[in-house]
Structure formats: structure tokens, C-alpha cells
Design a protein around this ligand. Structure first.
Ligand code: C5P
Length: 268
């Protein structure tokens, strides 16, 4: 029987870097949400593991043990033919590879060793709004977000995560507020978020100056209430009060920047 699993884009609505461990990994405090856009995996039972990558961002994605999907399948001792439809840009700060790996582990019912595949994989196992702390391993589920929409924008520049963390000069920043309120409406959410940050924006801008162009273009859309980078970039998001506003922002950005990846979505 063929099963299909959705691997949503992970969006860091905030990303505070609060310190660094002796082994080099950074301590984070992040509000993580998920989009209704993402990659799709199908699993067909087979005698041996195999992987085929398709989709608009499939070109050049490895179909062997270099792919996190393959590594997750081996970890879960899953024997299947897997098709991965890559709809999300990779190396983009929206957890593409991590979400794909988490989808494999969810499908196999084998989530225990997720962190061994990458710091972002555990949060992607439960694609709902969470507070992520530690190096990504301390997860607290949060009440569902009020209805909120976004436009995701990537300038098709690949920004390696280790380079961004290396370019971070100041390693210790204040955490988010101790208590994250239960947001009753999108205005309250955006108001609270506007006092928070992504501490990786300055180093990402140093690595990829195009991120500034994206942030400026997103912020300039009339219906975007807050523009910020996700993860280590280069994808940025603009938050909107309505689905219509996110679609209008996407249309404006696609016309002005036809080479960019622009995707309206709903977050949860
Ligand atoms: O765990 P993962 O392989 O996804 O992380 C990629 C890189 O990002 C790490 O090698 C490290 O340089 C950096 N990183 C970090 N602190 C974290 C997560 C990632 O320094 N909490």
C-alpha cells in the first residue's frame, strides 16, 4: 500500500541565540510554526531502500545516503521505495531536509533518535506551534495560533547554516519573554512578535546581502504587518492578517522579482 506524508515548511517566528555550548552548538529560544506548504513523500513497501527525488527543487538533490531522508529511513530500518517531491528550496532556513527526515520517522513510527539527524529534526516531528530551546532538543507545545497567513520569499541564494552561526559575533542575547501568551488574535500575535527578534539576521546579511533586499521588499508590501527572516535564512516571511493579503503580497513580489521563490501560505 502506498502512503503519502506531508513535510511542511518550518518557520522560526523568532530565533533568539542565548549562548554557545562547549561543543560549538548554540543555545536557542525560538517560536516555531509550520506552513501549509511543503514537500511530499510517498512510501511504497519494497525489499530494499531506494529514493527518487522529483519536484521544482529536485534538481541536484542526492538520491542516496547523502540525503537526510535516506539517513532517516536507515535509522528507522525502513525498507521502502521513497519518492520525495521537493517543493521547498533547500539550505533556506525553513527546515526542508529536517522536515523530510521527520516525515520519514513519523511514517515509520520511530522518532527516538531524531536529534542524531540534525538539531531541527525533533521540532519537525510534531508540526505544530512549539517553543524550541536548548540546541533544538527542548520542546514545549503551545496553544494553537490564531488564524495567521504569511508570504514566504527566498532569493534562491543558498546560505549554509554553519557559515551563518560562524559569522555571529555576539553569542549571548536575551531569551524570549519567559511566558509566551496565548494569542487571541493575529494583531496580538504580531504585536508580541514585533518585540522579539531573529538574532541570525545580521550574520545572514553578512553572508548573503540579498537577504536585505528580500526583507525590504517584503516589509514594503502594504498588507504585510511584520517582515523577518526564518532560521539561518535566506528565506524571509511577511505576516498578514488575511489570506487575501498574503496572496496580494505574493503577487506584488512575483511581479517585482520574478527570479525569487514566493509562496503565500497559512501558518499553524
Ligand atoms: O544539527 P544540524 O546539522 O542541522 O546543524 C547544522 C549546523 O548549524 C551545525 O553544524 C552548527 O554549525 C549549527 N548549529 C548550531 N547550533 C544549533 C543548531 C545548529 O551551531 N543549535
Amino acid at each position: 500500500m502506498i502512503s503519502e506524508v506531508f513535510a511542511p515548511a518550518k518557520i522560526n517566528l523568532t530565533l533568539h541565540v542565548t549562548g554557545q555550548r562547549g561543543d560549538g552548538y548554540h543555545l536557542l529560544d525560538s517560536l516555531v510554526a509550520f506552513a501549509d506548504v511543503g514537500d511530499r513523500l510517498t512510501f511504497t513497501p519494497a525489499d530494499a531502500l531506494s529514493l527518487k527525488v522529483t519536484g521544482p527543487f529536485g534538481d541536484g538533490v542526492p538520491e542516496d545516503a547523502r540525503n537526510l531522508v535516506w539517513q532517516a529511513a536507515e535509522l528507522a530500518e525502513l525498507s521502502a521505495h521513497i519518492t520525495l517531491e521537493k517543493n521547498l528550496p533547500h539550505g533556506a532556513g525553513i527546515g526542508g531536509g529536517s522536515s523530510d527526515a521527520a516525515a520519514v520517522l513519523r511514517h515509520a513510527g520511530s522518532c527516538g533518535a531524531a536529534a542524531s539527524l540534525g538539531a531541527d529534526v525533533p521540532v519537525c516531528l510534531t508540526p505544530q506551534v512549539q517553543r524550541m530551546q536548548g540546541i533544538g532538543d527542548l520542546l514545549t507545545p503551545l496553544p494553537a495560533l490564531p488564524p495567521v497567513w504569511a508570504v514566504l520569499v527566498n532569493p534562491k541564494v543558498h546560505v549554509p547554516t554553519p557559515d551563518v552561526f560562524k559569522a555571529l559575533t555576539q553569542k549571548t542575547h536575551p531569551p524570549m519573554s519567559t511566558h509566551i501568551p496565548a494569542f487571541v488574535d493575529v494583531a496580538g500575535l504580531i504585536n508580541w512578535l514585533s518585540d522579539m527578534r531573529n538574532d541570525l539576521e545580521p550574520p545572514a546579511l553578512a553572508c548573503a546581502p540579498q537577504v536585505a533586499d528580500v526583507l525590504n521588499a517584503v516589509a514594503a508590501c502594504p498588507d504585510v504587518a511584520l517582515a523577518r527572516m526564518s532560521g539561518s535564512g535566506a528565506t524571509c516571511f511577511g505576516l498578514c492578517h488575511t489570506s487575501r493579503a498574503a496572496q496580494d503580497a505574493a503577487t506584488t513580489l512575483r511581479v517585482a522579482h520574478p527570479a525569487w521563490w514566493v509562496q503565500p501560505c497559512r501558518l499553524s
